[in-house]
Ligand binder design. Structure first.
Ligand code: TXE
Length: 491
């Protein structure tokens, strides 16, 4: 007998709540294309309810339930709640990883790493909560001037489907540590882990309303959140087009926005690099999460004199990569949805019709269900730098390689897309390392590594089409506060 799909509610005021419409949306397992759950289809009325709950937790007064409990909590108290939350996430790592892996299609080991990273975000911001302080500023005689870092109030968070736990951790962890109350709109394609994480937050001691989740469609719940006049700051991770829409909606009520919009991040390989050390990192940076990573190293630029050798070595590794069901825990799982799969297939058709060279391709294992959204990794060589495959974010396991003649050429190619999120640089020449780190147009530059293993502590964000504002590290805490200057005249 077929099992009825599990049903999930919204999470408001620490309670599971049905959406006002009573409607739901199907959740599809990307490994086999089957519906296995239903989520609540939240929309405007539910967002409004969540914003009111958050406002009460932030600065509610009088006899309202949980009035101001989060807004008035000491910084150390907020830190303690986040610490307990980190411990609960760590203790439920396996459950969370299993849920995330099925929902997104990512191999179990990668989902496990995401759960560990989520706990680490909470741990980092737990420790930072009571170390976020202002300054005193030397001013004229007879004055004392100080700055206060104050929470915005109610913050909105629109989360994508590629790393639900990690992106929730970096965004909501920082916002709560800074004293804000949060309303979160997870992605319709993957939100089940976050519903569980929110429950753990309540168990850890978040008062009702401090954290609220409204699941639903982007055009409904997401748009309603961005437009809501009760939101004091919004952070968005997703596509450039939707980011623009969110910023426009937020601008109607002068709401500050942080946008992280992905990239077309290059890795530059010079002839003097330790190429053996670079190879697994070059492959990992595009295969991780099947290339559905904002900071994926989706371009590799190789110095001409070592180009053919590096392409040959990369091709060997690509040919050995295996894609299969998430639970099989291979190099990569399926893409998250049929839509994302189709998007990647369209790019690859364009590569084929444009005569691009497929230097190597991995395999989809034979027992992968045919209804799953599998794409074997592809290495494209000699991609003309102006080609769409070298310019646009594909968000799939497709690495575009091009060659460069000298340093200036390498920088011109690296900086030659509208994006600017991350860049990787492989060279043993110390002066070149510093020179190029300055010249590369990116929010993060990694030298002889890529991604620094996640880097919870390292400020992250882009320039140009990759967005603006910084998340992670202490920078996120600054972003989730408004600075107030107080000037006292006493003489
Ligand atoms: O993104 P969207 P999609 C890129 C990647 C991918 C492409 C399309 O290239 O192939 O975007 O993915 C919510 N108002 N990235 O269509 O639409 C939506 O519900 C408010 C890069 O899934 O940007 C989801 O929660 N919110 C990226 C979130 O926005 C809206 C991660 C992201 O969806 C909305 C994901 C609206 N009008 C995709 N419409 C990264 N930077 O890592 C949608 N949403």
């Amino acid at each position: 007998m077929l099992q009825a799909p599990e049903r999930h509610s919204l999470f408001i005021d620490n309670e599971a709540i049905a959406p006002a419409s009573g409607d739901s949306l199907p959740v599809i397992d990307p490994s086999d294309g089957r519906v296995f759950a239903q989520i609540a289809r939240g929309a405007g009325a539910d967002v409004d309810r969540a914003v009111r709950a958050a406002r009460r937790a932030f600065d509610g007064a009088g006899t309202e339930p949980a009035a101001g409990l989060w807004g008035r909590a000491d910084a150390a108290q907020r830190g303690r709640v986040l610490h307990r939350w980190a411990d609960l996430v760590a203790s439920q790592r396996e459950t969370l990883a299993t849920v995330e892996s099925r929902d997104t299609g990512k191999p179990l080991a990668q989902a496990r790493a995401d759960a560990v990273a989520l706990a680490r975000y909470f741990e980092f911001y737990a420790g930072a909560a009571d170390k976020l302080h202002g300054q005193t500023i030397p001013y004229r005689h007879g004055y004392t001037v100080l700055t206060l870092r104050e929470p915005h109030g109610v913050t909105g968070h629109i989360i994508p489907w590629n790393y639900p736990m990690q992106i929730f951790g970096r965004s909501v962890g920082a916002a709560l540590a800074a004293g804000n109350a949060c309303v979160v709109k997870p992605a319709e394609d993957a939100c089940l882990s976050l519903l569980r994480v929110a429950q753990l937050g309540a168990e850890a001691g978040l008062p009702p309303g401090a954290l609220n989740l409204v699941t639903g469609l982007g055009a409904e719940a997401g748009q309603a959140l961005a437009e809501h006049p009760g939101i004091d700051h919004i952070s968005f991770t997703g596509s450039p087009d939707t980011g623009r829409r969110v910023a426009q909606a937020a601008a109607t009520h002068h709401c500050p926005v942080t946008l992280e919009l992905g990239g077309k991040s290059p890795q530059l390989v010079f002839a003097d690099a330790d190429i053996e050390a670079a190879l697994p990192v070059l492959v990992g940076a595009i295969v991780q999460n099947a290339g559905q990573t904002c900071s994926a190293g989706s371009r590799v630029l190789i110095e001409a004199c070592v180009h053919d050798r590096v392409i040959g070595l990369l091709a060997e590794r690509f040919a050995a990569l295996r894609a299969g069901p998430a639970h099989a825990d291979l190099d990569l799982g399926p893409l998250v949805s049929r839509r994302q799969y189709q998007r990647v297939r369209d790019f690859l058709s364009e590569a084929q019709s444009g005569g691009l060279r497929f230097a190597a391709q991995g395999v989809v294992v034979g027992d992968a269900p045919p209804e799953g959204f599998y794409q074997a990794p592809v290495l494209l060589a000699d991609v003309p730098p102006v080609h769409r495959l070298a310019q646009e974010e594909i968000f799939g396991p497709v690495l575009a390689a091009s060659r460069f003649d000298d340093e200036a050429h390498a920088v011109a190619l690296a900086n030659g897309t509208p994006y600017g999120l991350v860049a990787g640089l492989w060279t043993r020449d110390g002066a070149r390392q510093l020179r190029l780190a300055r010249q590369l147009r990116a929010g993060q530059v990694f030298v002889n590594n890529y991604g620094a293993g996640g880097g919870v502590e390292l400020p992250f964000g882009g320039v140009g089409r990759s967005g603006y504002g910084r998340e992670k590290g202490f920078e996120a805490l600054y972003a989730f506060t408004a600075l107030k200057t107080v000037a006292l005249r006493h003489d």
